[in-house]
Write a protein that binds this ligand. Structure first.
Ligand code: TEU
Ligand code: CA
Length: 553
């Protein structure tokens, strides 16, 4: 079969990636914290699901100010997660099951406990001073400029000892590295090679769109040297190896995504783009006051990305991760149609062109945990915002309501393995409360039920491996203005795949355009199989299905 030349020959085009948040995945020793041996013990589970890659959120040595996104030693494992031997064992055991391990590369910043920063702050003349971003106070005192931290407050902290401010775009315990310094870049590349030598399958790159920042011009994302650095990194590290790389880029546009993932450019395999996430945020309060869900907007954004990266570049596909609300809570219907809506969301996403990412627990329909008080939260972002928003006059109840919708911890509760104590996650006291719905929603129940969300994910993951049209077919959207129906086709050669989904809890009847009508083989559906699309179709609540047909040429 003739495949589009721009997207030929990458093994990860047919793979589905599973994100493990180690702290919450599986605890092997009863200390309440998930760990590497815990992950290794669940490889059979992931293999059964059809997963070929695991993206591990950070497991490096860390004071855990931001759950490991603050690294104090890039070449050591945090003791609570295990040892390097445990890591090597995980990689080997995963490989023997055809699963690769992708590490989270957090190199925009380190922990303030990293030896580089300890030396950097010791003196203005330290050899490491220029590893970070130091500036004199503004004239008349105060921070050098108005840049703010993602976790609230100024992005600058005054270090008394040397009388200068250092930059931290996240917590004050996450000082930003100075990528303009070639020594910094060189040390990072060496570290990356050290991990590549250990047999990892690639990197997910934390806020990688920040590394070209030019703080004196107030430029944080997409700085002038960003793509030079990525090309240099590619040449110095993974470029010669067959690995997968995905950049976390909140600022990405279809245009910049082509720079990151264009085939000829030798940068990354793909990026995570967040337009479909941030379209729901408030202009001033961001995610802490979200806007009502708008399917027309969502379709236009996802469609725009499908069209833009059709010939070159590559899309990532995801609904959730450890920073975002649970997909079914955000876009589905947890109260009325938890199973139907979770399957619908999976169907729509996994049949698009790109590489799908599943966030742990999504495959069993885990929901945002309903927290009632701030004491249940652990996340630095939520705790900081709580303080700031209450100071600004918000009521504690209103804050908790917003946090339940979009707080990171509500989607970071332990993986629900069984109906046993603590959902089978730990024999000890979990580091964060288990969602109380684990009796009904857990992996054990899900795997034994042919009609479960889990089995629906398993089928979708398998379909991608066996149907090139899902991997490479040309995307075309329909019914763009319809408020409830998501409709698109994929075409490849003589084949045509029609995907139709009802994003609402209502029964929707509508006249379908000619191009969507016809009959074929039902590849997947969340009600009974549908083999034929008629002019007048009735969609049940959250119904979604895909029909494969020979196209009319
Ligand atoms: O996230 C980047 C990031 O911008 C998020 O913090 C985001 O702004 C926030 O969750 C939305 O309110 C990455 C990691 O995925 C995240 O877990 C880390 O906290 C952050 O970088 C710092 O390393
Ligand atoms: Ca443990």
């Amino acid at each position: 079969m003739e495949l589009p030349s721009t997207s030929r020959n990458a093994w990860w085009h047919t793979a589905t990636v599973y994100q493990v948040y180690p702290r919450s995945f599986a605890d092997s020793n009863g200390d309440g914290v998930g760990d590497l041996p815990g992950i290794t013990s669940k490889l059979e589970y992931l293999k059964a699901l059809g997963i070929e890659l695991i993206w591990l959120s950070p497991v490096y040595a860390s004071p855990m100010d931001d759950n490991g996104y603050d690294i104090s030693d890039y070449q050591a494992i945090a003791p609570e997660f295990g040892t390097l031997a445990d890591f090597d064992d995980l990689v080997a055991q995963a490989r023997s099951r055809g699963i690769g391990v992708v590490l989270d590369l957090v190199v925009n910043h380190t922990s303030d406990a990293h030896p580089w920063f300890v030396q950097s702050r010791a003196s203005r003349r330290s050899a490491y001073r220029d590893y970070y971003i130091w500036r004199k106070p503004a004239e008349g005192g105060g921070p050098p400029n108005q840049l703010t931290s993602s976790f609230g407050g100024p992005a600058w902290t005054l270090d008394e000892r040397t009388g200068e401010y250092y930059l931290h775009l996240f917590s004050r315990r996450q000082p930003d590295l100075n990528w303009a310094n070639p020594n910094v870049r060189h040390e990072i590349y060496q570290m990356m090679n050290w991990w590549l030598e250990r047999g990892i399958a690639g990197f997910r790159m934390d806020v990688i769109d920040y590394i070209g920042k030019q703080v004196d011009q107030n430029i944080v994302t997409d700085g002038p040297h960003l793509h030079d650095y990525l090309q240099e990194m590619n040449r110095a590290t993974f470029g010669s190896r067959d690995v997968i790389t995905v950049g976390e880029t909140w600022s990405a546009t279809p245009g910049s995504a082509l720079l990151y993932s264009g085939r000829a450019r030798q940068e990354l395999s793909m990026v995570f783009q967040f337009e479909h996430v941030t379209q729901q945020w408030d202009e001033i309060y961001g995610k802490w006051r979200s806007q009502p869900f708008d399917l027309v907007k969502l379709k236009s954004i996802l469609g725009k990305w499908q069209y833009a990266l059709a010939e070159d570049g590559w899309n990532s596909l995801f609904w959730g991760n450890h920073d975002l609300p649970r997909a079914v809570s955000k876009y589905g219907d947890v109260k009325g149609y938890p199973v139907e809506s979770a399957k619908m969301l999976a169907t729509v996403l996994h049949l698009l062109k790109g590489t799908p990412f599943v966030y742990q627990g999504e495959e069993i329909g885990m929901t945002n945990a309903p927290f009632t008080k701030i004491e249940q939260y652990r996340d630095i972002e939520t705790l900081n915002m709580h303080r700031l928003h209450l100071e600004a006059g918000l009521s504690p109840e209103d804050f908790i309501r917003g946090a339940n919708e979009n707080g990171r911890d509500n989607a970071r509760t332990p993986m629900q393995w069984s109906a046993g104590a603590n959902a089978g996650f730990t024999t000890g006291i979990p580091w964060i409360d288990v969602n109380e719905n684990y009796i009904a929603i857990n992996a054990e129940v899900a795997m034994s039920d042919e009609h479960s969300i889990w089995n629906h994910y398993r089928r979708l993951i398998l379909l991608r491996k066996s149907h090139p049209i899902i991997v490479y077919g040309r995307f075309q959207s329909y019914l763009d203005q319809h408020p409830d129906i998501f409709a698109y086709t994929r075409t490849l050669g003589e084949q045509r795949l029609t995907v139709l989904a009802n994003f609402s809890a209502r029964t929707i009847t509508l006249d379908l355009p000619n191009e969507l009508q016809g009959s074929g083989r039902c590849l997947i559906s969340n009600y009974d199989p549908v083999h034929k699309v008629d002019a007048a179709m009735e969609f049940r609540p959250y119904e979604a299905f895909a029909i494969l047909a020979q196209s009319r040429s």
